[in-house]
Design a protein around this ligand. Structure first.
Ligand code: PHE
Length: 447
């Protein structure tokens, strides 16, 4: 007996939910600092190349697997290739969901704390040094970061328990456009700072001498992370997409918006980095240092700061629910668990790992595995290793295992799409697997 599946009601709902997953801390927090650590512009060019050449086709492939199978990532492979080991790709996705949400919730918690700080006007009168001290004192402490992380995880669980469509889909449709407008306002302010041109040069004037194989792997990992691909989030969302929605359009639009927001975030942050003498390679604290500094120097900054951190929190939430949804959809569909119970159990388990991630900036900062803190290890292993590996398996599956007629049917969605199909199929059969494989081995220093 098969229960009727929930689904997204409209094309706009699909875009809002999928873009809500893609657009998040990855764009506004991670992209600028990873670009900063990897020398800026040349990294960004490589990143853009990967989004177009590998990101869009992998995203499309995930949507197809989901819509074809009508299942969570583990169930999807079981249904499309029964009796094979392919379901392990989905298992890896569930494991990565744990890893990502554990460290993602650390930063989302920081965002909530900064929202609180902006409400109580705590940045007022602080110079760069003062902001740095504020950030250091907060993120290396124990109680406050854990408290906000717990609040964030509880909210994520709350939304997932309620179901995605009626709550988050409705709100993201309104909130994501507002986020976009705020970032544009920030960009305008940032571009009029003294020293803005240095920031733009750092972003857009490519210096290819900064490219190494490790940088290339970082760019690939960032593309996967930012687009929410390689672990089954978009397989799960794909399973909620109606048959008559055009998957090619959805994949292209979501990737476009995601990239646009990342670039706009970079344009907001780098001029400020140079104007306020912050190191571009300042790491995970970069947004938390630059954004308050920009708002300080801006009329109406008090309100904009509140709005910004609120929307950053919303962006984080619409991403984290998509990650939790993978685990919950699996438990509900494969283990016949009740949705609420599944949400609560998985949230608690993820939070335990999350505590270690959060404390790795403070009391656990000397606790290292493979010479990385727990936070860094979760971040590096998920984005740079497991997501690309998942993506590799996904394109091999669609390119070489799934029967051609199913692939044609899902890509075309009723339209004749001969040319696009040819290009797509060529990429996922040959280009993407070879490219991911090479970058991967090279970046890990195996080649
Ligand atoms: N894409 C999200 C972001 O940029 C993070 C994410 C990664 C969400 C992987 C789902 C899966 O913030």
């Amino acid at each position: 007996m098969e229960a009727k599946r929930d689904g997204f009601a409209s094309k706009f709902g699909v875009i809002a939910a999928a873009a809500g997953s893609a657009i998040g801390l990855g764009n506004i927090w991670r992209f600028p600092y990873v670009a900063g650590e990897n020398g800026g512009s040349a990294f960004i060019l490589v990143y853009l190349g990967f989004v177009i050449l590998i990101g869009v086709p992998v995203m499309l492939s995930e949507f197809m697997i989901g819509r074809r199978s009508q299942r969570n990532p583990i169930g999807a492979f079981k249904r499309l290739q029964p009796g094979s080991k392919w379901y392990l790709t989905g298992v890896m996705g569930v494991v990565v969901a744990f890893m990502i949400l554990a460290f993602y919730s650390t930063i989302a918690g920081w965002t909530l704390h900064y929202l609180y700080l902006s409400v109580v006007n705590a940045f007022a009168g602080l110079d760069e040094k003062g902001l740095q001290t504020l950030f250091n004192n907060f993120h290396t402490s124990t109680m406050m970061p854990l408290f906000w992380q717990a609040v964030f995880m509880a909210m994520t669980a709350f939304v997932v328990i309620a179901g995605v469509e009626k709550g988050i889909e409705k709100y993201t449709k309104i909130l994501m456009p507002i986020l976009f407008i705020i970032i544009v306002i920030l960009d305008i302010r940032a571009l009029t700072l003294d020293g803005a041109s240095k920031g733009l040069e750092f972003l857009f004037y490519p210096d290819f001498s900064k490219i190494t194989s490790a940088t290339i792997l970082e760019a690939l990992g960032q593309a996967f992370f930012s687009l929410s691909i390689g672990m089954g989030v978009l397989i799960t969302y794909g399973s909620y997409i109606q048959k008559d929605n055009d998957l090619v359009n959805v994949a292209v639009e979501v990737s476009f918006f995601d990239t646009l927001i990342a670039v706009l975030a970079g344009v907001a942050i780098f001029p400020a980095v140079f104007a306020f003498n912050i190191a571009p390679s300042a790491g995970p604290g970069l947004v938390f240092l630059t954004i308050p500094a920009i708002f300080q120097a801006m009329p109406g900054g008090y309100f904009f700061a509140i709005l910004f951190f609120f929307l950053l929190f919303v962006a984080a939430l619409t991403s984290s629910i998509s990650v939790l949804e993978v685990v919950v959809a699996y438990m509900v569909e494969e283990k016949n668990m009740d949705r609420k119970k599944a949400s609560i159990i998985s949230t608690i388990l993820i939070s335990i790992l999350g505590v270690l991630a959060t404390l790795s900036f403070g009391v656990l900062s000397d606790f290292k595995i493979f010479s990385k803190t727990v936070f860094d290890l979760l971040d590096y292993a998920s984005a740079n290793i497991m997501l690309p590996l998942g993506g590799l398996l996904i394109v091999i599956f669609v390119g070489w295992v799934m029967p051609l007629p199913s692939v044609v049917k899902e890509v075309s969605s009723g339209k004749k799409r001969k040319k696009i199909f040819k290009v797509y199929y060529f990429i996922i059969r040959y280009i993407a697997p070879v490219a991911i494989g090479l970058i991967f081995l090279n970046g890990l220093d195996v080649l």
